[in-house]
Write a protein that binds this ligand. Sequence first.
Ligand SMILES: Nc1ncnc2c1ncn2[C@@H]1O[C@H](COP(=O)(O)OP(=O)(O)OP(=O)(O)O)[C@@H](O)[C@H]1O
Ligand SMILES: [Mg+2]
Length: 361
Amino acid sequence: MTHPAFSPSTVDPADLDTRTVGRGPLLKRLTDRIVSSAQDGSRPHTLLVAPRGAGKTHTLQVAIHRAFKHRKAAKATLLLALPEDSLAIGSYADLLVELLGTQGPDVAARAREFRGDALELEREILDLAAGRMVLVAIENADRIFDAIDEAGQGSFRAWVETSTAVLVFATAPALFPAVSSRTHPWYGSFIIEELPDLTDADVVEFLAQHARDHELASYVQTSEGLTQIDNVAQVVGWSPRAWQIVAATVDRAALQDITSAADAVLEQLTPHYQQLLWQLPAGEQRLIVELARADGPRTVTDLAAAVGISNQSASAALGRLTTSGWVHPAKADSGDRRATWYDLSDPLLRNYLHYRERREP
Ligand SMILES: Nc1ncnc2c1ncn2[C@@H]1O[C@H](COP(=O)(O)OP(=O)(O)OP(=O)(O)O)[C@@H](O)[C@H]1O
Ligand SMILES: [Mg+2]
């Protein structure tokens, strides 16, 4: 079976660990942090922030796996890892029910009896932990924090503070108001860790081991192969997901042609981007498409005119898109420096939309 580019959490973490390239210092830091807090009572809550496909799930799984190889740390920790696609969460109590739900059917059934009673659910978790540290792993923390609301975030924070038992490791595609805005209960509580891009040496190492055929595996180790990797990366970037797709679908001829290799990646990303884009209101989708048409940042006025809405609505919609991590305010190299310029946060999204437009009949 080829390795899943979108759901590494279905793979044994030991296998993820052996596939891992790059990220050495980051993984060591995360692992050490879990191991020492399990034993010394420190609670360095950590948020991994990186764009889609950068390897947040993979890195989190590997760090936890490595930490649990330390016998003492494993014995002193109860792991509650919320599945990446958790949907049933509308409140803080729901979050606690879902966390307990990861501990087998009996615990899950008891948790459902207490649904709605956050204090009782908190107690259940601490009883289960029986003095161990509770490592709570929350993927897509932006969505979960939004779903439990500011009141829920406050209750969660209060429990973490008073129990002193809980360590939170979370991931998100971008910083979000619940952690970056001063007025929110979790403001300043997380150590923010960004995932760096892979380097070209990482990509060579990865393809040498995981390319779908030997020809590509040896080609990437030549200097011409390296140049082609750099060229393809101009379009698809340096995320592990893009290169996982290359490894699984591209042969030497396609890598030499650049466009075939890049198109193969963009094609595989289609369902993923479609799903993300469809979740947006139509007006916001149009702004994203307009932004993608330009090669760089655009002003609010310019975007409003292109989409045919007022400056005020464009500005409000761009504010929402900034909060949700789709766009970010950008500085213009030239032109009007007083105006606010916006650009897409994920550079691959622009290339993806160009690819789709190119393919339209
Ligand atoms: N350092 C790495 N070395 C090798 N493969 C990696 C590495 N990091 C991630 N991968 C692989 O790249 C793919 C994408 O990674 P992953 O799903 O963890 O990204 P993500 O940031 O969680 O994405 P999303 O935001 O969509 O959840 C997976 O197949 C994963 O196993
Ligand atoms: Mg993920």
